[in-house]
Design a protein around this ligand. Structure first.
Ligand code: UFG
Length: 325
C-alpha cells in the first residue's frame, strides 16, 4: 500500500516507516521538520506543514496515498501546559486539514496516534479503553478532540479509523540507526542515559509524594518497535474492511520512576546520580494500560517491551551516536 505518514521524521514515525518498508509497503513521509530529523527518514520525504492546507492537498494530489498514519503533532505534556494555544492550533488545525485532504482524495482509512494522556487521572488501573476520558493537560485535550473528530467523520462521511492510545513509547532500533532524538530531551529514559554517559550531571525525579508504593509516578513503557507492529496490524485491519476501533497500546505492567532508574543503572553499569525535584505539572500519578483489547482485535502482542530490553536498545543507540559525535 501507498501510505502517507505524517510526522514520519519523528521518533515513532521514523521507526514505523522503516517497518512499513520491511513489510513491502510504500510509505511517503510528510513532515515539517520542526522537531523531526530528515536523516531518520528511510523513504521519500515531502517537506510540508499540515497547518498549510495547500501543502497537504498538494501532497495527496501528487502521491495518491491509499491510507494515512497520522503522527504529526506537538506532544509534550509540560509544554502544552505552558503554551496551550500552540497545541490546540497545530494539533487541531493539522488534523482538520489532513482529514479535508483525505476527503478530497477519497482516502478513507487512517491510523491515528492518540495517547494515554486522554484518560487524565485514572479512576481504575489498568485503564480500559472505555474508561472516562478527562484529560488533565492541553496535550491530552487536543488528542481527545481529534479522536472525537474521527468518530464524527466516521459516522458522517464513512471514514474508518484506528485510534491507538500509546502509553510511554521508549527504546530504539540501534541496528537501523533509529532512536529517540528530541531537542531538548524531556523523556525519562533518554535523560537517564545521558546522565549514564556523562552528558548530564544528574537525573531529576519529578515528585516523590505521589500515591504510589515508592511515591514516584508509574508508567507503562512500550518498545517503539512493538508500537510499530501494532500500526501494521491496524493498517491490515482497515485494509481488510475492518471497522473503526480505539485501542490502548501498552504492556499492562507499570514501572515507577525509581524502578526505571534502577533498571537504567543495571543496564549501563553507571551510577546515574539523581535528585528529587517538584512534581511536573500535568503528570498523572499512574498510567498503565489494560492491554487485552489490542491483542483480541489485532492479534497484537508486545514481544520486546520488557524494561531491560527497552533500556538496552536505547543505550545501544545512545552509545553508537556518542561514538560517532
Ligand atoms: N520524569 C522524571 N524525570 C525526568 C523526566 C520524566 O521523573 O527528567 C518522570 C515523569 O514525571 C513521568 C515519567 O518520568 O512520571 C515519564 O515521563 P516522560 O516525560 O518520559 O513521559 P510522559 O509520561 O510525560 O509522556 C509520555 C509521552 C506523552 C504521553 C504520555 C502518556 O511523551 O506524549 O507519555 O503516558 F501523553
Amino acid at each position: 500500500m501507498r501510505i502517507l505518514v505524517t510526522g514520519g521524521a519523528g521518533y515513532i514515525g521514523s521507526h514505523v516507516i522503516w517497518q512499513l518498508l520491511e513489510h513491502g509497503h510504500t510509505p511517503i513521509c510528510f513532515d515539517n521538520l520542526t522537531t523531526g530529523h530528515a536523516d531518520a527518514v528511510r523513504c521519500l520525504l515531502v517537506e510540508g506543514d499540515l497547518c498549510r492546507r495547500e501543502q497537504i492537498l498538494a501532497a495527496f494530489a501528487e502521491h495518491r496515498p491509499e491510507a494515512v498514519i497520522h503522527f504529526a503533532a506537538r506532544s509534550l505534556v509540560s509544554e502544552s501546559v505552558r503554551d496551550p494555544r500552540r497545541y490546540f492550533r497545530d494539533n487541531l488545525l493539522g488534523a482538520l486539514n489532513l482529514l479535508d485532504a483525505m476527503e478530497a482524495h477519497g482516502v478513507r482509512s487512517i491510523v491515528f496516534s492518540s495517547t494515554a494522556a486522554t484518560y487524565g487521572v485514572p479512576s481504575k488501573v489498568p485503564i480500559p479503553e472505555d474508561h472516562p476520558q478527562i484529560p488533565v493537560n492541553p496535550y491530552g485535550d487536543s488528542k481527545l478532540c481529534i479522536e472525537r473528530m474521527l468518530i464524527s467523520y466516521g459516522r458522517a462521511y464513512g471514514l474508518r479509523s484506528a485510534i491507538l492510545r500509546y502509553f510511554n513509547a521508549a527504546g530504539a532500533a540501534p541496528e537501523q540507526g533509529l532512536g529517540e532524538r528530541h531537542h531538548p530531551e524531556t523523556h525519562l529514559i533518554p535523560l537517564l542515559l545521558e546522565v549514564a554517559s556523562g552528558a548530564r550531571p544528574r537525573a531529576q525525579i519529578f515528585g516523590r509524594d505521589y500515591a504510589t508504593a515508592d511515591g514516584t509516578c508509574i508508567r507503562d513503557y512500550i518498545h517503539v518497535l512493538d508500537l510499530g507492529e501494532a500500526h501494521l496490524a491496524a493498517l491490515a485491519h482497515l485494509a481488510a474492511g475492518g471497522e473503526s476501533l480505539a485501542l490502548n497500546l501498552g504492556t499492562g505492567t507499570g514501572y515507577s520512576v525509581l524502578e526505571v532508574l534502577a533498571a537504567a543503572r543495571e543496564v549501563t553499569g553507571a551510577e546515574i546520580p539523581a535528585e528529587d525535584c517538584p512534581a511536573r505539572e500535568g503528570d498523572p500519578p499512574i498510567l498503565v494500560a489494560a492491554a487485552d483489547r489490542a491483542r483480541a482485535r489485532l492479534g497484537w502482542t508486545p514481544t520486546c517491551s520488557d524494561l531491560t530490553s527497552i533500556i538496552r536498545s536505547a543505550w545501544e543507540f545512545h552509545r553508537v551516536r556518542a561514538e560517532r559525535a
